[in-house]
Design a protein around this ligand. Structure first.
Ligand code: S3P
Length: 420
């Protein structure tokens, strides 16, 4: 797919529903005592993996992804291994769930997922009482022998919502309370949803305490995914003739790090919460931002923009001075080694960037010549370089762009709508 430079970027859009919340809605509906109705779920490759696994475990679904009814059934031990595809969220959240059922299950995934560390969920879930066997104790395929669990107090070495959620989901059926303490607060969708279901969960800073509880089915409408919106928001700031509005997007404070960084860089971006339900939801408006300046991204903001950090490199290329991201070694453990894939591909399109073990430095006011990039099967890298193509001089060819289906199936359709 070759993305050509465009004269203008204009439009009012809605982005697909939030991926994190969709996974959680499906899982919690399957774990509840009565039926649920879920509105506006994200249908993409990742969330289909969670749905398929729950279906194999016995959960019944009716309707489509715009309005889905979920009928929870007692889980049955599957005889087939469970395929998690490219989805870390499916793997880690379902590990927490499966750890608390007296069943034997095997999880496996694609090449990328099979390189991502699972020791981070195995360790706490084993302390709680489940048994795991994983390739080199850390990688898929992974077998789980669930058990009756005991609550724990656990300090996670990294801020990770997937790890935190795995422990909290396991804690739902454990004996005694479960406490998770993170080095910094990661996204809090699981806590918000559980609280809303009446599960006793409370937070003090980066510490979450959960008391085991059952809960009834629920209704939820999923807002737009700010991580998907981010590609268009950044494009709106760096393109010389742009104005973009994104409506109905989730503005959870644990997810808006990129917007805060863009403000620090001097971008013409505003966001406004228009309604607050389970999650704050609102609008983002962005315009051409000719006066971007380079910054050192504050490390407290890293967890709230973990999936958006690669986009900071693109902003940095258009800013005055240097932009630096450090303390982001987690980027090497995502769908690809995002630091190395980002740096390698930027160099291929004529942009100078320096690689650190835990981040990158980019000098501003560079021209993006263009060329051919290989996103290495990573959906977010493919979308980033597609956006870069729009502001390049000669266009960018993104190889194997089909990986955008992992999170944002209509990405190219929406891009087509806003560029001219
Ligand atoms: C997610 C959490 C993040 C994020 C991922 C989705 C979630 O991962 O990168 O895309 O839904 O919990 P970590 O929490 O492991 O950093």
């Amino acid at each position: 797919m070759k993305i050509e430079p465009a004269k203008s970027v204009k439009g009012v859009l809605s982005v697909p529903p939030d991926k994190s919340i969709t996974h959680r809605a499906l899982i919690l509906a399957a774990l509840s005592e009565t039926e649920s109705t879920l509105y506006n779920l994200l249908r993409c490759l990742d969330t289909e993996r969670t749905y398929d696994i729950l279906r194999i475990l016995g959960t019944e679904f009716a309707g489509d992804w715009k309005k889905m009814k979920v009928f929870p059934k007692p889980f049955v031990e599957p005889i087939e291994p469970l395929f998690c595809g490219n989805s870390g969220t499916t793997t880690r959240l379902m590990s927490g769930v499966l750890a608390s059922y007296k069943m034997f299950t095997v999880l496996y995934g694609d090449d990328s997922l099979s390189k991502r560390p699972m020791g981070r969920v195995i360790e706490p879930l084993e302390i709680m009482g489940a048994r795991f066997m994983a390739r080199r104790n850390n990688y898929l395929p992974m077998a789980i022998k669930g058990n009756r669990l005991s609550g724990i107090s656990y300090k996670t070495p990294v801020a990770s919502a997937q790890v935190k959620s795995a422990i909290l989901l396991a804690g739902l059926k454990a004996d005694g309370k479960t406490i998770v303490i993170e080095p910094r607060k990661s996204r809090d969708h699981t806590e918000r949803m559980l609280k809303n279901l009446g599960v006793p969960v409370h937070e003090e800073g980066t510490r979450v305490v959960l008391n085991p509880s059952s809960f009834r089915g629920f209704q939820i409408e999923i807002p737009g995914d700010i991580s998907s919106a981010s590609f268009f928001v950044v494009l709106g700031a760096i393109h010389p003739n742009a104005r973009i509005t994104v409506n109905d997007v989730g503005l959870n404070p644990t997810r808006i790090g990129l917007l805060e960084v863009m403000k620090l860089m001097g971008a013409n971006v505003e966001w406004k919460i228009t309604r607050e339900d389970l999650e704050p939801i609102g609008r983002i408006e962005v315009e051409t931002s000719p006066n971007l300046k380079g910054i050192i991204v504050p490390k407290e903001l890293i967890p709230s923009m973990i999936d958006e950090l690669p986009l900071v490199a693109l902003l940095g290329a258009f800013a005055e001075g240097e932009t630096i991201v450090r303390n982001a070694e987690e980027l090497r453990k995502k769908e690809s080694d995002r630091i190395s894939v980002l740096v390698g591909n930027f160099r291929k399109i004529g942009v100078k960037i320096e690689e650190y073990n835990d981040g990158f430095k980019i000098t501003g006011k560079q021209r993006i010549k263009g060329g051919k990039v290989d996103p290495k099967g990573d959906h977010r890298i493919a979308m980033l370089f597609s956006i870069a193509g729009v502001v390049s001089e000669e266009g960018i060819e993104v190889q194997n762009h089909g990986c955008v289906e992992v999170s944002f199936p209509n990405f190219y359709e929406l891009l087509e709508k806003v560029i001219e």
